[in-house]
Design a protein around this ligand. Structure first.
Ligand SMILES: NC(=O)c1ccc[n+]([C@@H]2O[C@H](COP(=O)([O-])OP(=O)(O)OC[C@H]3O[C@@H](n4cnc5c(N)ncnc54)[C@H](O)[C@@H]3O)[C@@H](O)[C@H]2O)c1
Length: 367
């Protein structure tokens, strides 16, 4: 390839740093600042709201985005007060009180999983657009109902698929689209492992890889899973065989019997006499020559321009959703995408329980 994709691994653009002397790329940007101002609310003021989404909002504000955190809701008084102070927002004890008092342009739903659907339903019924954390819902029918409700009400509903905006995966996607694999992808291999059960293996963790598999390879049409159960119930480890609509094939290994506190992930994609690897959401490597060098991209950790909320994909995802709310760009990850990942989890559960191949469309698991 003569020119490599311009995916930002945490650096300022060359022209900004050395042409304009704007090392942090924070100089007033009239295009961004001229956009329609938007108010955001957050439902669920726990870990991910405080550690990722409020920093993502602040990051966009730093770049000049006309956006404000207007309200936060959580039944836990300590959490909601802290998050409201952190974001300079008003605190509410529940979403109905928030919706009675304010009409935000976007509600980010970062509640515990069980509250995603009821909270988003209340917002959608009030005509408020939502961005729902993964999993859209733990229940496939509930996820489908959310997609339908948003369609019928013509209200924007987005799913969190932050890894799509994380540089190593964005680079993989851009390389595939530029033909770096010398053919459409033919084989997908994904691995996701964790240790202590602080998130559910399938809905909490593997859901990310299922979204990446669909995004990088296209729709899954069949799957078969084998698994090992936890003594206390639930899935400890699973191996899943995938067939994609394109004719490509894939495999997924997921396990809660390894170690935590690090994104232990690996994605490999084979084209035709070329393949690429994304290791631990950190490094993307392209192997495209028998005797030439591999090409690899990874961040420089001491780089003071690198931000976790940006490298994790939250800033890019939110930037896209805000422009979609304004009607100036399509959503990059729709509610249908979120529901499709849940449909695949339901298919894995059925395959494990009944030891059979699952036809995703015939079994009504494709939203
Ligand atoms: N995208 C990612 O990689 C990522 C990372 C972490 C968490 N998440 C998701 O984000 C969500 C929150 O995770 P967390 O780690 O912040 O959990 P957490 O337990 O720290 O926070 C959840 C908060 O939701 C609140 N809550 C429960 N019901 C509510 C309701 N009806 N209205 C308002 N608030 C309510 C709880 O009181 C709690 O403060 C989960 O769905 C999780 O799967 C996604």
């Amino acid at each position: 390839m003569s020119e490599w994709p311009a995916i930002d691994f945490g650096h300022t653009a060359f022209e900004s740093a050395f042409g304009r002397g704007d090392v942090y790329a924070v100089a007033p940007d009239p295009t961004r600042m001229g956009k329609r101002p938007l108010d955001i609310a957050i439902a669920g003021a726990g870990g991910v709201a405080q550690a990722k989404w409020i920093p993502a909002i602040r990051h966009l504000q730093m770049l000049g985005e006309p956006v404000r955190l207007a309200a936060v809701t959580d039944p836990r008084p300590d959490a909601v007060d802290k998050a409201a102070r952190l974001g300079g927002a008003k605190a509410f004890a529940d979403v109905s009180m928030l919706l009675a008092a304010q009409r935000p342009d976007l509600l980010i739903v970062t509640t515990a999983d069980a509250a995603h659907a009821p909270v988003a339903t209340a917002a959608l019924q009030s005509g408020v657009a939502c961005l729902i954390e993964k999993p859209l819902s733990r229940d496939y029918r509930e996820a489908q109902a959310l997609v339908r409700l948003a369609d019928e009400a013509s209200v924007l509903l987005a799913a969190v698929a932050n890894k799509r905006f994380s540089p190593p995966y964005a680079m993989a996607k851009a390389l595939i689209e530029r033909g770096a694999l010398k053919a459409a992808p033919t084989v997908f291999s994904g691995k996701f492992t964790l240790g202590y059960p602080y998130v559910d293996l399938l809905e909490g963790g593997t859901v990310h890889l299922l979204d990446l598999a669909r995004w990088l390879m296209g729709d899954v049409v069949r799957l078969h899973a084998r698994g090992i159960a936890r003594d206390e119930g639930g899935v400890l480890s699973a191996v899943v065989s995938l067939a994609f609509a394109s004719g490509a094939i894939g495999t997924l290994v997921t396990s809660a019997a390894a170690l935590s506190f690090k994104p232990w992930e690996r994605v490999e994609i084979i084209g035709h006499h070329a393949f690429l690897v994304v290791d631990d959401q950190f490094e993307t490597t392209l192997f495209d020559e028998e005797t030439g060098p591999a090409k690899s991209w990874r961040p420089a950790i001491p780089n003071t321009l690198m931000f976790d909320e940006a490298f994790g994909g939250y800033v890019g995802l939110l930037d896209n959703v805000l422009d979609a709310v304004r009607g100036i760009t399509p959503l990059a990850a729709t509610a249908k995408d979120g529901a499709a990942a849940i449909g695949l989890i339901e298919a894995i559960r059925r395959s494990l329980a009944e030891a059979r191949d699952i036809d995703i469309v015939a079994e009504g698991l494709s939203p």
